[in-house]
Design a protein around this ligand. Sequence first.
Ligand SMILES: Nc1nc2c(c(=O)[nH]1)N[C@H]1C(S)=C(S)[C@@H](COP(=O)(O)OP(=O)(O)OC[C@H]3O[C@@H](n4cnc5c(=O)[nH]c(N)nc54)[C@H](O)[C@@H]3O)O[C@H]1N2
Ligand SMILES: Nc1nc2c(c(=O)[nH]1)N[C@H]1C(S)=C(S)[C@@H](COP(=O)(O)OP(=O)(O)OC[C@H]3O[C@@H](n4cnc5c(=O)[nH]c(N)nc54)[C@H](O)[C@@H]3O)O[C@H]1N2
Ligand code: SF4
Ligand SMILES: [Mo]
Length: 906
Amino acid sequence: MNTTSTPASKSSACAYCGVGCGVLIETDGTNILGVRGNPDHPANFGRLCTKGATLGLAAAQREARALYPELRSGRDALRQRVTWAGALDHAADRFAAIIREHGADAVGFYISGQLLTEDYYVFNKLAKGLIGTNNVDTNSRLCMSSAVSGYKATLGADAPPVCYDDIAATDCLFIAGSNTAYAHPIVYRRIEDARKANPDLKVIVVDPRRTDTSREADLHLPILPGTDVALFNAMLYVMLWEDLLDQDYIAAHTNGFNELRATVREYSPETVAAVCGVPAADIVTAARWFGQSSATLSLYCQGLNQSSHGTDKNAALINLHLATGHIGRPGAGPFSLTGQPNAMGGREVGGMANLLSAHRDLANSEHRGEVARLWGIDSVPATPGKTALEMFEAAARGEIRALWIACTNPAQSLPNQALVRAALQQAEFVVVQEVNAYTETAEYADLLLPAAAWGEKEGTVTNSERRITHLQTAIPAPGECRPDWEIATDFAHRLGARLGKPGAALFPYANAEAVFNEHRESTRGRDLDITGLSYVLLDECGPQQWPYPQGAQSGKARLYADGFFPTADGRARFANTRYLPTAEVTDARYPLHLNTGRLRDQWHGMSRTGMVARLYSHVESPILSMHADDMARRGLKSGDLARVKSRRGELLVPVEASDDMRIGQAFMPMHWGSRYMSGLGVNALTMDQRDPVSKQPELKHAAIQVEKAPLPWHMAVMRRDDAVARMLRIQPLLPRFDYASCGLYGRQNPVLVLRIANATPLSAELMAEVDALLDMQDESCIMRYDDPKRGVAKRVLVEDGCVTGVRLTGEIAARDWLKEMMAEGVEIAPLRSWVLAPLSAPPSGSSSRGRIVCNCLNVAETQILSAITRDTDLAALQASLKCGTECGSCVPELKRMIMMGKQEAA
Ligand SMILES: Nc1nc2c(c(=O)[nH]1)N[C@H]1C(S)=C(S)[C@@H](COP(=O)(O)OP(=O)(O)OC[C@H]3O[C@@H](n4cnc5c(=O)[nH]c(N)nc54)[C@H](O)[C@@H]3O)O[C@H]1N2
Ligand SMILES: Nc1nc2c(c(=O)[nH]1)N[C@H]1C(S)=C(S)[C@@H](COP(=O)(O)OP(=O)(O)OC[C@H]3O[C@@H](n4cnc5c(=O)[nH]c(N)nc54)[C@H](O)[C@@H]3O)O[C@H]1N2
Ligand code: SF4
Ligand SMILES: [Mo]
């Protein structure tokens, strides 16, 4: 491990998903020069996906960084720069006053699975140990909490019992509610490898949509949204009937099978086929493959978790593993893929409203006593804290008066944005601890605290397979940014002093390692015991899986190999799961079902990936995908703008017809929030109903109506040079247009792209504001063409002979063609006649390259389609265009294009 890490190369892990790929950061001590996959890291062996491969570009973007603490002195005042001491003293004064007057539960901390374990540990102790409130919860509530409750309900502890190597060892891969190809690409590369090595491997995908993951499966079950429990119960029915169960395993290692058996009698494949909307024969096939294989591995994610029955969905799937004995052996087990890079670490330190350190439970008085002893305090409060949405509901009611938000962007990512925004507005004091000063949530910050970003701080993260990686500091943080644990520690000292509590004694940390060592001690004797680990060991021997108790020589690749489970009697429990419909069902007023999720190249609210131009080239703007028949019924064509309404809000968004959708369903990516489009983004529409046990909201299911939004007036603006800085400046203007979205295009010298549609032409004032914000008002550099009768106008900014800005109104068909040329640095000479001609479309013979499919090598869809012939296969395409030969993220899509191209040729 250490061998590859030289002074100029620091070992770290990717900042994005829970695959937890190892990276090496090349640095000159001040700047990140490059990021490459760590060939020795067992999660990825050197591979990275499109997002990981562009980490260096994201880290280099500093325009949006919060650099200094900023404080708002009055309700409507602008924030002003303050010192750290001034900022944290003020925060401590406000928190202390509120706690004294209204009690400890009048404050809340909303934190994140993207914090490092050390950061998380300090926040959790700050709330529960120092202040005495359990109001500390995280965005993992939107993400992994149903996985936690599903594991606990069945296996007795929150631990994925499997490892990545199981993918190569399995005979049957059951993927449910996971678009692995997009969301966990390096895991998907392993699936591709496993298929190559074992042609008999069966892959089943359960997803209402057709995705790049489902397309390559041997069997895709496009179930109706939310019907997973019915499907899993029906599979158990078939297994019972066809004698595919492992009766010995059930007898020796489990409880509760008889109750479940009675329940699943009602779930015949024929009955369930109607509920799930898939053929009974396919359910039978899935059950046989699952039951008959020598080792079945399931992979699952938000299609199961983000549901008002998420716990049951998880448990019903784990039931299948217990009933067939597909657990605790190589290639077998229920594998919950974690979303964020450290969702696991957050669970380990108990950083949630109902958990305590080291997988202890808040509801358990013995556990509370143990934690109080570890921390050296009298007691840990017993009342459960408020979970994510409950915390915002309480803030909206005025019950929670101060909110501390760190490393998450709730004004983009929580459902029912109307409520969330009301809560942020209502709260007396909002602290936002961020790396990006321009997030939707930062707008509400009374106090903005600048955090050190990825690469600028040290600590640990745990990936999906329980593997802990030590992240080394590569470069110093810019401005006055500080690591998250350090900010929380400093605040704890100041707050302690005001509350008459020993803040300094409780938080004696000189560095991240001191925090890690305290956390480590809390795990002694627990299921996740890591008392054998240290920073030194992680550096010398590489990342390790837990448990890794003192004296161990290695971590554990798989859990429960002995059939012994961490329950009172050592037996796993079958959960008696029954199917219930989604919380909101479609009806005559809201006839369509809205599903939401991820794109390949964007990360959540785009606070980092949104600064990297090339990550827009796969999908450039927000879009609602629908079935062509549903669009035709509403008089919609691809590219039209639609008004989408739910019971909670509405949003204008362009629509596109997609074969991937079933009739009655629509899909919108989760990424665009109010900084990147007009309106509040997809979560204006989603709902806050949640699972009764896990309290995870149903982010994937909302009933909507869609109608055409006739906005006849269109404008497109492209501006080169300083594109990111200009984008940040223009974003606050977006709400002033009926529809608007912004993004970037290009690679070396990106272009800002702004799309606007309005019911009426823009006022001269608003137009002047746009021009001023984009530095396009210097008339001496502007070429113009106006046709007031057609309402068409072109403005072209020329600097040093190059086209650096274009504004098209009325007719914008030339937009893509122009932005591509601008990114290449086109001179005005060849464009002059086009600018001055009445023609607004691109001149004949010139067209846009279109979407970029292969991001690493910049290969466009149009190039790929024209290269595909009757006998093209993947290898031939890779040889001729080089696409898909670098990170591999586009390989599933290339295969799809080859398949479709061949169908067309035939
Ligand atoms: N590119 C990218 N990768 C990411 C992230 C990102 O933002 N961008 N975020 C990371 C995070 S935090 C997470 S949590 C993961 C999420 O990873 P995934 O869960 O794989 O991603 P999603 O697209 O949210 O949802 C997965 C699939 O669930 C399907 N689905 C919807 N409803 C149902 C249902 O009722 N049943 C079933 N069976 N399926 C359903 C959707 O159609 C979708 O294809 O991704 C991680 N990786
Ligand atoms: N409709 C819909 N909504 C969803 C989902 C969905 O599928 N559909 N998925 C949900 C899921 S699974 C998740 S995980 C959430 C994610 O939702 P969020 O947590 O809101 O996602 P991010 O945009 O990643 O927010 C992380 C923030 O932390 C900041 N940050 C990055 N690094 C650091 C750091 O080191 N320190 C500090 N202090 N700040 C930092 C980033 O700039 C960013 O603004 O979204 C949820 N919302
Ligand atoms: S799969 Fe991609 S995003 Fe996820 S950790 Fe690996 S490189 Fe990062
Ligand atoms: Mo997530």
